[in-house]
Design a protein around this ligand. Structure first.
Ligand SMILES: Cc1ncc(COP(=O)(O)O)c(C=O)c1O
Length: 374
C-alpha cells in the first residue's frame, strides 16, 4: 500500500458538476463563481472586506504595496516559513529581518521579535505554521505601541480566527492547503481604507471587474484608477472551493480525529515530539510535523518511509539555507539556534482528509522499529 504525502480531498459530485457547468458556460476568468466564493468566505470569516486572489504570494505583495512598504523599511518575519514570505519583502525593496522560532510552537518567537524591532521596523509578518497561529496577541501588543503593521501570513490556517490581531491577513488555496482551488488565495482587511485601495489593484487597477464589464450596458468602457496587478482568481479555480468552504468545519473535525490518532500512535515513542498548540487559537491541522529527538534517526526514518512507499516532506528549509538568500543577505545560521536544531530533527508526515487510519498505524509500525534501537 503506497501512502502519498498529500492528496487533495473534499471534492464531491456537485463540485464536478459545477466545474463542468463553468466550462460549458464558458466564463473561465473571475466572474459569478468568484462572487459565490466571496459570499461564502465573507460569512465564514465574518468580514465584508475580502478579496479573492490567484495566490497568497500575490496577497502578500499587494499588502506591502498598499501599505507602501519599500526601500529602507525593515520587515520582521520568521525563519521557518515558505520562501514567498521573504520574497515579497525583497521584491518590495524592503529589508527582511529574520526571527528565530519558539522551541515548542515552531512559530515566530515573540522574544526574537522584541529584540529585532528597530526604528526602521514598518511591519511584522507572523506566519501560521501547520495550522497553529503564532502568539498574535503579544505580537499585536508591542506592534501597536510602536505603530508597526501586522500582515498575517495565514497560508496554512484559515479558520484559526487569529486575523483579529492583524491589519491584513492572507490565506492560500494552493493545491496542498486545507481549502484548495489548485492555485489561489484570499485576503481580508481590518481597515476599510486599505480594502478600498487594494480592491481595484487585483485586476490592473480597473474601476470595474471584468465580470461587470461584460454584463452591463456600456460594457466596453472602463477606467484605470491606479497601476495595478494581475492577481485575480479565475472562476475555473474559484468553483472548486465552494463546497470546501461550506463543509470546512466538518472537515476540520475529520482533521482533528486524524491528528489525535497520530498523537496516540506516535507519542508512544518518547523520542517523538509534537508541535505545541497555541491555546489562544484553534489548531486547524494543516500539516503533521513531528520532531525526532534523536540525532541522526530522523534521516533513517525518512529512508524507511521512502522504502515503504510512504511520502513525507520537510517544513521548512530555513530561509538562510537558500543560495539566493545567502548571496543577498548573509544571515548566519548560528544566529538561529532553535531553527538549526529543528531543521535536523523535523519531518512532515502524510496528512489529508481521506488519509486512512490504517495508514497512520502503518507509519507507527515503521517508527516502532526504531524504538528498539533507542
Ligand atoms: C507559509 C506560507 N506562506 C505563503 C505561501 C504561498 O502561498 P501561495 O502558493 O498561495 O502563493 C505558502 C505556500 O505554500 C506558505 O506555506
Amino acid at each position: 500500500m503506497k501512502i502519498p504525502f498529500y492528496r487533495p480531498a473534499g471534492f464531491s459530485v456537485p463540485d464536478y458538476f459545477r466545474f463542468y457547468q463553468t466550462l460549458r458556460k464558458g466564463w473561465l476568468t473571475s466572474g459569478p463563481q468568484n462572487q459565490r466564493l466571496k459570499v461564502l468566505l465573507e460569512e465564514y470569516l465574518n468580514s465584508s472586506r475580502i478579496i479573492t486572489l490567484n495566490s497568497a504570494t500575490s496577497g502578500l505583495k499587494l499588502a506591502l504595496h498598499v501599505k507602501k512598504i519599500g526601500k529602507g523599511d525593515e520587515v520582521i518575519l520568521p525563519v521557518n516559513t515558505f520562501f514567498s514570505t521573504l520574497e515579497v519583502v525583497h521584491q518590495a525593496g524592503a529589508i527582511p529581518v529574520l526571527a528565530d522560532i519558539d522551541p515548542d510552537t515552531w512559530t515566530i518567537s515573540t522574544e526574537e521579535i522584541r529584540r529585532k524591532i528597530t526604528q526602521k521596523t514598518r511591519a511584522i509578518i507572523p506566519v501560521n505554521f501547520a495550522g497553529n497561529a503564532p502568539d498574535m496577541e503579544k505580537i499585536f501588543s508591542f506592534a501597536k505601541e510602536k505603530q508597526i503593521l501586522i500582515i498575517y501570513d495565514n497560508a496554512h490556517g484559515i479558520g484559526d480566527r487569529a486575523e483579529q490581531f492583524a491589519d491584513i491577513t492572507v490565506f492560500s488555496f494552493y493545491a496542498t492547503k486545507n481549502i484548495t482551488t489548485g492555485e489561489g488565495g484570499a485576503m481580508i482587511f481590518a481597515n476599510e481604507e486599505d480594502y478600498r485601495k487594494a480592491e481595484p489593484l487585483v485586476l490592473h487597477g480597473m474601476d470595474k471587474k471584468s465580470w461587470n464589464r461584460y454584463q452591463k450596458s456600456n460594457h466596453w468602457k472602463y477606467d484605470i484608477l491606479d497601476a495595478g496587478f494581475k492577481y485575480n482568481l479565475p472562476d475555473v479555480n474559484a468553483v472548486l472551493a465552494l463546497s470546501q468552504v461550506k463543509y470546512y468545519e466538518q472537515n476540520l473535525v475529520r482533521r482533528e480525529s486524524l491528528y489525535k490518532l497520530y498523537k496516540t500512535e506516535l507519542e508512544k515513542f518518547s523520542w517523538v515530539r509534537f508541535q505545541r498548540d497555541n491555546p489562544d487559537f484553534r489548531n486547524v491541522h494543516h500539516l503533521l510535523p513531528v520532531w525526532i529527538e534523536n540525532d541522526g534517526i530522523r534521516d533513517k526514518i525518512m529512508d524507511a518511509l521512502e522504502n515503504a512507499g510512504i511520502g513525507y516532506s520537510l517544513h521548512f528549509i530555513p530561509l538562510y539555507e537558500f543560495s539566493f538568500v545567502k548571496k543577498k543577505y548573509r544571515f548566519l545560521e548560528k544566529n538561529f539556534p532553535v531553527m538549526r536544531e529543528y531543521y535536523k530533527n523535523i519531518i512532515s508526515l502524510p496528512f489529508y482528509l481521506d488519509l486512512k487510519k490504517s495508514a497512520i498505524r502503518k507509519i507507527s509500525d515503521i517508527f516502532s522499529k526504531f524504538d528498539a534501537f533507542l
